[in-house]
Design a protein around this ligand. Structure first.
Ligand SMILES: Cc1cc2nc3c(=O)[nH]c(=O)nc-3n(C[C@H](O)[C@H](O)[C@H](O)COP(=O)(O)O)c2cc1C
Length: 215
């Protein structure tokens, strides 16, 4: 199988967590005997080439970071320029985010099912996972610890052509943290983290309170 992979992040390739995930996933794809080509939506100079590849591909995978609970605006802007297929292409998605709970990616996942119909493709599932904030700040073994598990997902996708197996569904991890953990995280955000963010904002000459609600 040959897979067209589109990185839907607005961040340039060098700084994109999604790119590092695709790297590992691609290793798995190759191990399963598949090949892939990769494009970046963040590079507008590639848009014509992506459109051409999209029109011809039999298997498409869009890898997407969650931006404000859903898919990035730049990716939507690009996809609005892509002519729909006629049910002659499969499409699957990797949907990844910073926060760890699976539940906050589910709205985006539902949206991708609707998007699939608009793109005239056959839906082959979404691989959902959070806890990826740190990838681009890590190197070597530390980065591998976060991205490594995506390699096995690449192997499975290379074999099955979809994310419908139980193993892919379990990959998400915790859907929601236990109440005590949520309480602890909430307290950290309201105290230590809030102070830290305020300090950073002060360094950027921001004078408006961070919890300012003008509307
Ligand atoms: C503007 C912005 C909004 C974000 N919104 C969310 C969010 O709603 N939920 C979440 O889990 N992560 C959110 N994140 C974190 C990213 O999804 C996460 O860091 C991801 O790995 C970034 O991938 P990228 O570097 O390829 O863009 C956001 C990041 C940015 C910059």
């Amino acid at each position: 199988m040959h897979v067209l992979i589109i990185n839907g992040s607005p961040r340039i390739k060098a700084h994109s967590n999604t790119d590092k995930i695709i790297d590992k996933f691609g290793e798995g794809l190759k191990e399963a005997g598949s090949t892939y080509e990769q494009y970046e939506v963040s590079d507008r100079k590639q848009w014509d080439a992506i459109r051409d590849a999209f029109a011809k591909a039999e298997s498409i995978l869009i890898a997407i970071p969650l931006y404000v609970e859903n898919i990035p605006g730049l990716l939507i802007e690009f996809l609005e320029t892509v002519p729909a297929r006629q049910g002659d292409a499969d499409i699957a998605y990797i949907l990844q985010g910073g926060f760890a709970e699976g539940i906050q990616l589910r709205c985006g996942e539902e949206y991708l099912k609707i998007l699939t119909k608009q793109l005239g493709c056959n839906y082959k599932g979404t691989l959902v996972k959070g806890d990826n904030f740190s990838i681009r700040f890590f190197e070597g073994k530390q980065r591998d610890k976060v991205t490594g598990p995506y390699k096995n997902m690449g192997v499975i996708f290379g074999k099955n052509g979809d994310f419908n197996s139980e193993e892919c569904k379990k990959f998400t991890g915790p859907e929601i943290f236990p109440a005590l953990t949520r309480l602890l995280i909430g307290t950290i955000f309201k105290t230590v983290a809030k102070k830290g963010f305020a300090q950073i904002a002060k360094g950027w000459d921001c004078t408006t309170p961070l919890d300012f609600r003008p509307y």
